[in-house]
Design a protein around this ligand. Structure first.
Ligand SMILES: Cc1cc2nc3c(=O)[nH]c(=O)nc-3n(C[C@H](O)[C@H](O)[C@H](O)COP(=O)(O)OP(=O)(O)OC[C@H]3O[C@@H](n4cnc5c(N)ncnc54)[C@H](O)[C@@H]3O)c2cc1C
Length: 40
């Protein structure tokens, strides 16, 4: 399980990388603002 704090460039890049490398890993991202990075 991966928990990411912050859903902008760095956080969503990390989440996307782990999703590609380990698709079975559960990922939860906490973002304090209303939006996450769409591009990442
Ligand atoms: C004035 C300025 C102009 C820039 N212009 C450009 C540009 O034109 N092009 C470009 O590519 N880059 C630009 N950058 C750089 C770019 O903004 C940063 O490199 C990039 O945003 C860094 O992303 P990050 O995910 O590391 O951090 P951040 O963007 O700071 O993301 C951190 C995230 O974590 C969240 N967060 C923080 N604390 C918590 C918490 N306790 N719980 C939950 N969520 C939390 C925040 O809400 C935020 O969404 C600029 C930077 C500055 C300062």
């Amino acid at each position: 399980m991966l928990i990411v704090i912050g859903g902008d460039a760095a956080g969503m890049t990390a989440a996307s990388l782990v999703r590609r490398l380990q698709p079975e890993t559960g990922i939860t991202v906490f973002e304090r603002g209303p939006y996450t990075s769409f591009a990442a």
